[in-house]
Design a protein around this ligand. Structure first.
Ligand SMILES: [Cu+2]
Length: 518
């Protein structure tokens, strides 16, 4: 019991704003699970597998029965008890969401998206198996909408299908959803109109089990994966586009995603949900994991197999678990190359350098890929189709790498933004083994050059959870990327103290701005 509470208090420090109601909610959830814990039975240890795969149940069932789910950058939805019913109020509305803060790389990227209760993704609903739940839904959007409870086995009247199961909820109106939860696992709620989904109307719906999962975890995180097409000089996502230039985790693009903080030796669960047009192969560094749950709930342990990349398909949930026994700041990211960028595609590769540089700032029709002249792969059109949009557009190079086509920039003129001491620059004198071309003119003769896209903005994205990261770290994160920081106890306490106090310190001297362009 004491240990349970201690863990609860520790976990709750992540909750952030609106702490009071969340504490109350989570505490009740915790207390409820303490009862269930008595019925929980330690699971028999299995013989260790013969392969190098990590054991599935290294930890005995001695951990906390339940820890609150942490959803970085997204609040929880508070609730009140009315009789035996947990009552939530959920309001759909337009939300301004900062994908990336202002930095030396450009102004902040703030999108006008649709969300719930001032948040996009919507706030996390965290409840228990067996709960009776009432969600009073208010629609503040200018059009009709209903809420679907993805994966829940509830009466058809509560399924949120406009016209089929209920009247559509017109602007300014409300609808009350009420049902009893018979399942447990990672679920989510969303509008059931496709274009509304692409505007951001989704939130996590976590149901903790009556009988705690084994092995117990010490940290439990929830992430929502989304993608966006935002046209030039526009803050509103183009929900019709098939080309996406912003990839987010919980509504933040790397490096603005908040790192997940873990103490060395803890067992970790990360729940990932995808609602978009693409599937995301989510890869973690430094550990193997088991997929322990899907959008259908808990997976039996006999069906677990080790991996380090899991495809989170559209409409799917995937829970992964691992023992954090390897210290380090480990990447967790989608491995699709174009999903590891922030609107940067047209700035790299031969197409950007093949004559007159990348076209940017195309109009609505062109940007959506409606081709009237030429062809979609022409150097006139291709780079501009859904690409090259946003704050870095004016940094693109209107120059060519074709041999002798154009004079290289004069010395002293910043042509790439690479500072003299950039790590990607060979040392002066360039005598290292296998050293590449030394000067810019020579580099431009290398097919494919340039491809790097490092943009360091440590200071702009500094927060308590980034304390102590290596200088320049932010240059390695873009798009659908985040970090799992597995910290030894002393470092862990250092960071968690700052998280508790909301203390952000100026990062250690970071490298100067580093990007292509100019
Ligand atoms: Cu992806």
């Amino acid at each position: 019991m004491n240990r349970n509470r201690r863990n609860f208090l520790r976990g709750s420090t992540f909750l952030g704003a609106g702490l009071g109601a969340e504490l109350l909610a989570s505490h009740t959830a915790s207390a409820q699970h303490e009862q269930h814990q008595q019925h929980g039975r330690p699971q028999k240890q299995k013989a260790p597998p013969q392969s190098q795969a990590p054991p599935k149940t290294e930890k005995p069932a001695s951990g906390p029965a339940i820890v609150p789910v942490e959803t970085p950058d997204v609040p929880k939805l508070p609730w009140t008890m009315e009789g035996d019913v947990k009552v939530f109020h959920l309001t759909s509305e337009v939300v301004k969401r900062e994908f990336l803060p202002a930095s030396r790389m450009g102004s902040a990227r703030v999108a006008d998206v649709w969300g719930f209760n001032g948040s996009m993704p919507g706030p996390t609903i965290e409840v228990n198996e067996g709960d009776r739940v009432r969600v009073v839904f208010h629609n503040k959007l200018p059009e009709g909408i209903t809420i679907h409870w993805h994966g829940l086995e509830i009466p058809i009247e509560m399924d949120g299908m406009p016209f089929i199961s209920q009247p559509i909820v017109e602007p300014g109106k409300m609808f009350t959803y009420e049902f009893t939860l018979k399942q447990n696992g990672t679920f989510f709620y969303h509008s059931h109109m496709a274009m509304q989904e692409m505007m951001g109307l989704i939130g996590l719906f976590i149901i903790h089990p009556k009988t705690p999962y084994e092995p117990r975890v010490d940290k439990d995180f929830g992430l929502i994966l989304q993608e966006w097409a935002i046209l030039p000089n526009n803050s509103v996502p183009n929900s019709l586009s098939m080309e996406f230039n912003w990839l987010t985790i919980n509504g933040k693009a790397g490096p603005a995603t908040t790192p997940m903080i873990v103490k060395l030796g803890e067992r970790v669960r990360i729940r990932m949900v995808n609602l978009g047009m693409d599937h995301h192969p989510m890869h973690i560094h430094g550990t193997q994991f088991y997929v322990t749950g899907t959008e259908g709930g808990r997976t039996p342990e006999s069906a677990w197999f080790p991996g380090n990349t899991v495809l989170v398909g559209v409409a799917q949930a995937r829970d992964i678990e691992f023992d954090a026994v390897n210290p380090g700041d480990w990447m967790l990211h989608c491995h699709l190359p174009h999903h590891m960028m922030n609107q940067m595609v047209s700035m790299v590769g031969p197409i950007a350098m093949g004559g007159h540089g990348a076209q940017t700032g195309k109009g609505m029709e062109d940007g959506m890929g409606i081709i009237r002249d030429s062809n979609a792969l022409s150097s006139d059109l291709a780079p501009g189709l859904g690409r090259g949009l946003g704050p870095t557009v004016d940094s693109e190079r209107q120059i060519s790498n074709l041999v002798a086509q154009r004079q290289p920039p004069q010395s002293g003129q910043p042509h790439t933004g690479h500072p003299p001491a950039s790590p990607s620059q060979p040392p002066q004198g360039g005598h290292q083994h296998g050293a590449g071309p030394a000067d810019e003119a020579e580099k431009r003769r290398v097919p494919g050059y340039p491809q790097d896209m490092v943009m360091v903005m440590d200071e702009a994205v500094a927060k308590p959870q980034t304390y102590g990261l290596a200088p320049g770290w932010s240059g390695a994160l873009m798009g659908m990327m985040s970090l799992v920081r597995v910290l030894p106890p002393d470092k862990y306490e250092e960071v968690m103290t700052r998280v508790r106090e909301g203390r952000t310190e100026k990062p250690q001297q970071s490298q100067p701005a580093h990007k292509h362009g100019g």
